[in-house]
Write a protein that binds this ligand. Structure first.
Ligand code: MLC
Ligand code: AMP
Length: 500
C-alpha cells in the first residue's frame, strides 16, 4: 500500500535537487528536507527503533523547520499533532493532554509558553535547536494504516476533538487533489494559512511537496506581503479562505491605479486560484474575477475527510456552488431518516472512501456516532444537488460557527464565558458578516449590580481562548429566550444582533 513516508522518499528520489521550501529568504531542496527530517527522527527516537504511533505535539512557526519536524515525526513512526502558534496556554494544554503526546517539540520562541505545559505533565520537551544529531542508519517502515496526523477540530460538544488521519487517508486526500487540480513539479505556491489545520497542511504544503513543486512559506497572512508574492510572477497556484480574498480585495481597492494594474497582471499569470473552508459569497467571486481575471475554483472539505467536492479545473465554475465529488470520493445526500434524497431536495452530505479519517482520538463513542451503520461519514452540512453539482445550504447545528475560515463551537465559548465573574448566563451565536463569513456574538445576562463591556470580556477571554473564538459582538440582556423545555432558542438570540 502507498503511504506517506514512501511518497516522501519518492518525491526526494524524483526531485532531490529541486527546491522544496522557500522560507526566510532561503531555498531548501528536497534532499535537504529529507536529511533534516531524518535528523529530527533520530532526535525523537532517541535510540528506540520506532515511535510506534506515539503522539508528538509541535509548536513551530511556519518555516523550513516546521516541515522538517512534520516529516521527521512521520519518518520516526509517530503521529504528528501540530499546535497553533496563536493559542494561549489553556488551549495548548488541552491538545497536549487530550492527544496524550509523549513528546512536545517547540521553537525557542514558544519555550516559555509551552515548556511548563509539557513538563507539568511529565512529557519530554525538545527544542528545535536540539536538532543537531546525525540521522540514524535505519528508520522504521511505516505502513499506510498507521496514524499520521491529529488535527483538533471543534464540534457540537465540549472542547475540540482530535481527528486522526492515517498515512493511507492523507495519501488518498493528496492524490485526489493532485489529480483533480493537475499539480506538477513546475508549480509554486505561497503558504500563509495557519499550520494547525488541513487547508494549510494538506491542500497547500503536502500537495506541493508530493508533486515536487515549491512552497514559499510566509510568516502568516499580511495582504501587502501576499500581493507582493502574486505580483512577483513566480507563483502558479494560490489557495485561501474567503476572508483572505476579502482582505486582498480591500488592499487592491485602496492601491493607486498603477499598482492596481501590476497586481492584477500578477494574478493573470497564475494557473489556478482556489477558495475554500467557508462559503465564498457570490459578490466576492465576481469582484475577484473583475480584479484578477480568475473565476475562483471553490471546493468543499472538512478535517475528517479532506476535500470532498470541487468545481472543475477545466469547465464551468459556478459561483455559489462547490462542484462535484473529487476523484476517489463518494458523496450522497440523505434526509433525516438516512434515505438518499433526489436532485433538488436538501439533505445532509455524507462521504465514503479512502480519504475518510480513522477516529476521534480517544473518543470511540464520538467516532461511532459520526458514521452511519453502513460506514458513511456524516458531515453535518446540508446541501442540495442538481446534475451532480452541489450547493451548500448550511449546517444541521446552529452551534457550529465558521469565522475567518475557522470552525468554532458556540458551546465551548459559552462554557468559557460562564467562568467570568460578571456573567450569570450566556448564549453564543454566529452572525453573518461580509468580512468574516460569520462573527462570534455573545448575549449575556449579568449578575445583579455589575457591568460588562466588549473590551473587558475580550481582554479577559484572550487568556483562555484563541483570538478567533472570542466574541466580537456582545449584548447584555435581562433574559435569554428559552423554549418550553428551558433550552435557549438560538435564532431568537441572533435577533438581538440585527441592525435596526
Ligand atoms: C481574528 N480576529 C477576529 C477573528 N480572528 N475578529 C473577529 N472574528 C475572527 N474570526 C481579531 C483578533 O482578535 C485581533 O483583534 C485581530 O482580529 C487580528 O488578529 P489576527 O489573528 O492577526 O487575525 P488576522 O491575521 O487578521 O486573521 C485573519 C485570517 C485568519 C483570515 C488571516 O483568520 C486565517 O488565517 N484564517 C484561515 C483559517 C483556516 O486556515 N481555516 C481552515 C480550516 S480547515 P485585536 O482586538 O486583538 O486586535 C477547513 C477544511 C477546509 O476548514 O475545507 O479547508
Ligand atoms: P473544519 O471542521 O475546520 O475542517 O471545517 C469544515 C467545515 O467548513 C465544513 O463542514 C463546512 O461547514 C465548511 N466548509 C468548507 N468548505 C466550504 C465551502 N466551500 N462552502 C461552505 N462551507 C464550507
Amino acid at each position: 500500500m502507498r503511504h506517506a513516508t514512501n511518497i516522501i522518499q519518492r518525491a526526494v528520489d524524483l526531485h532531490a535537487g529541486r527546491v522544496a521550501i522557500i522560507a526566510a529568504g532561503e531555498r531548501h531542496t528536497y534532499a535537504a528536507l529529507l536529511e533534516s527530517a531524518a535528523r529530527v527522527a533520530g532526535l525523537l527516537l532517541d535510540g528506540r527503533p520506532d515511535l510506534a504511533e506515539a503522539r508528538v505535539a509541535f509548536l513551530v512557526p511556519p518555516s523550513f523547520t516546521y516541515v522538517a519536524v512534520l516529516w521527521g515525526i512521520w519518518r520516526a513512526g509517530g503521529i504528528a499533532v501540530p499546535l497553533c502558534t496563536q493559542h494561549p496556554a489553556q488551549e495548548l494544554s488541552h491538545v497536549i493532554e487530550d492527544s496524550g503526546a509523549d513528546i512536545v517539540v517547540a521553537h525557542p520562541e514558544y519555550e516559555a509558553l509551552v515548556r511548563p505545559v509539557a513538563e507539568a505533565r511529565g512529557r519530554r520537551f525538545v527544542l528545535t535547536t536540539e536538532i543537531t544529531s546525525r540521522a540514524p542508519e535505519q528508520l522504521p517502515a511505516v505502513v499506510g494504516a498507521r496514524g499520521a496526523l491529529i488535527i483538533y477540530t471543534s464540534g457540537t460538544t465540549g472542547k475540540p476533538k482530535g481527528a486522526l488521519s492515517t498515512h493511507a487517508s492523507l495519501t488518498a486526500q493528496i492524490e485526489s487533489l493532485i489529480t483533480a487540480w493537475e499539480w506538477s513539479a513546475v508549480d509554486r505556491i505561497a503558504l500563509f494559512l495557519p499550520l494547525h489545520h488541513i487547508h494549510g497542511i494538506l491542500n497547500v504544503l503536502s500537495c506541493a511537496l508530493w508533486s515536487g513543486a515549491s512552497c514559499e512559506m510566509l510568516r502568516g497572512f499580511d495582504p501587502a506581503a501576499v500581493w507582493n508574492r502574486i505580483a512577483d510572477d513566480q507563483l502558479t497556484v494560490f489557495m485561501a479562505v474567503p476572508t483572505i480574498y476579502t482582505r486582498l480585495i480591500a488592499y487592491w481597492e485602496a492601491a493607486p491605479d498603477e499598482e492596481k494594474q501590476q497586481l492584477s497582471d500578477g494574478c493573470r499569470r497564475l494557473r489556478l486560484m482556489v477558495s475554500g473552508s467557508a462559503a465564498l459569497p457570490v459578490s466576492v467571486f465576481e469582484k475577484w474575477r473583475s480584479i484578477s481575471g480568475h473565476a475562483l475554483l471553490e471546493r468543499y472539505g472538512m478535517t475528517e475527510i479532506g476535500m470532498a467536492l470541487s468545481n472543475p479545473l477545466r469547465g464551468e465554475r459556478r459561483p455559489g456552488h462547490v462542484g462535484a465529488p473529487l476523484p476517489g470520493v463518494a458523496a450522497r445526500l440523505v434526509d433525516e431518516a438516512g434515505h438518499p434524497v433526489p436532485d433538488g431536495t436538501p439533505g445532509e452530505i455524507q462521504i465514503y472512501g479512502p480519504t475518510v479519517f480513522r477516529e476521534y482520538w480517544g473518543k470511540p463513542e464520538a467516532t461511532a456516532a459520526t458514521f452511519t451503520s453502513d460506514g458513511w461519514f456524516r458531515t453535518g452540512d446540508v446541501a442540495v444537488r442538481q446534475n451532480n453539482v452541489y450547493r451548500i445550504l448550511g449546517r444541521s447545528s446552529v452551534d457550529i460557527i465558521k469565522t475567518g475560515g475557522y470552525k468554532v463551537s458556540a458551546l465551548e465559548i459559552e462554557e468559557e464565558l460562564r467562568n467570568h465573574p460578571a456573567i450569570a448566563q450566556c448564549a453564543v451565536v454566529g452572525i453573518p458578516d461580509p468580512e468574516w463569513g460569520e462573527r462570534v456574538a455573545a448575549a449575556a445576562v449579568l449578575h445583579p449590580g455589575v457591568t460588562l463591556d466588549l473590551k473587558t470580556i475580550r481582554t479577559w477571554a484572550k487568556k483562555f481562548l484563541a483570538a478567533y473564538k472570542i466574541p466580537s459582538l456582545l449584548v447584555i440582556v435581562p433574559d435569554l429566550p428559552r423554549n418550553a423545555m428551558g433550552k435557549v432558542v438560538k435564532p431568537e438570540v441572533a435577533k438581538f444582533f440585527q441592525k435596526s
